[in-house]
Ligand binder design. Sequence first.
Ligand SMILES: O=C(O)C1=C[C@@H](OP(=O)(O)O)[C@@H](O)[C@H](O)C1
Ligand SMILES: C=C(OP(=O)(O)O)C(=O)O
Length: 431
Amino acid sequence: MKAIVKPAVRLQGEINALSSKNYTTRYLLIGALAEGTSLIYYPAHSDDSDAMRRCIRDLGAIIEEDDEKITITGFGSNPSDIKELNVGNAGAVLRFLMSVAAFSPEVTFVNTYPQSLGKRPHHDLIDALEQMGVTVKHNEGKLPITILGGQPRGGKITVSGNVSSQFLSSLLFMLPLLDEDSEIEVLHDLKSKVIVGQTLEVLEMAGIVVEASDDLMSYRIKGKQKYAPQKYVVQGDYPGSAAILAAAAVTHSDVKIFRLAEQSKQGERAVVDVLKAMGVNLTHENGIVHVLGNQQLKAGEFDGDHFTDAVLAMVAAAVFAEGTSRFYNVENLRYKECDRITDFVRELVKAGADVEETQSEIIVHGMPEGVAGGVDIDAHYDHRVIMALTVVGLRSKKGLVIHDAHHVAKSYPQYFRHLLALGAEIELVED
Ligand SMILES: O=C(O)C1=C[C@@H](OP(=O)(O)O)[C@@H](O)[C@H](O)C1
Ligand SMILES: C=C(OP(=O)(O)O)C(=O)O
């Protein structure tokens, strides 16, 4: 599908935030790792959350769903003896389930997105699993990956946090189910550290005890724990909503998004402060973010690692700010659905923006007068590139044509529908 994005005159209206992708994947997982029946209210429906549903069902979870909730009866540490799993393009789903697969004799994760997830590295988790006596066959740390598990053992485990926090989260979910006690030491830096807080939060909700150091670099985990079946309520999703907020910020607008909890542990909650720092007229009260956009933005300097999945949307806003913005500490964006620095900067420059990259930064020389547009954009299989370039298109002189825009469904299938409801002019055309 291609999205033909026309310049926007004004955005106005109210929408309900989509449900959080990262909480949905986590609640589904801990529901699967529990032995009783859990309830998950308002789960996300997107390619990634569907991938988690499909895979845990294949692994033996019993799932029923109505309009409001999922009822899930888990398999604990005894998954079915399934030979193959297809996680689609979902990095977190792959990485979380690689550890769970260690409870099965042999599971192969197939490579259905060779140009996206197929290029992403998983060595750091493979190393950690090997320390636990698990044999892993892989293609230089990439898919396809076969886990030859059976009897993983706990103990002292090290894992690098340089590339992704998902490796650490994966171990934190699985280690409590082992017979032995474990200790994890995180080596190097820990990127996307805030999201580990979401992992610890949901573990606690399921009655799992993990002792974490204040800097989140070391952990003690008792073995023989059990996940308690629980009732979970999925909150609104900040990373996806960040793109709508950016769209409202760069246009004349009066937009409200509901269901965005002020106290959320989602790092991307920071976008409210980022946009405020950029001078956007915005309030956040009672779970409602209200933007009154007037196209006046000013540049800023931001540590993007605090809001990793919303960096692209904030860069899109900065494209129209007065002055030069710098998003630093974002090197791990290179290991996502595409290289979110080089590939993204290339598309922004095509659209007429003045943007540069270094190994770990995106630098934006703002153009308050708007960009030219009038070009075709390659989505690079990346939902966040699609959302961010749509924001740029709305404030361009000639619009943008975004190819392969259906990949937006990885996290936010209703993204274009939401923008249309706010008055954006976007034509969706089958290729
Ligand atoms: O734990 C998670 O659910 C996620 C962690 C982050 O990845 P990294 O830790 O690789 O930055 C984030 O980008 C991803 O969308 C979801
Ligand atoms: C990077 C993302 O997801 P994942 O790593 O789970 O593929 C994302 O949602 O932006």
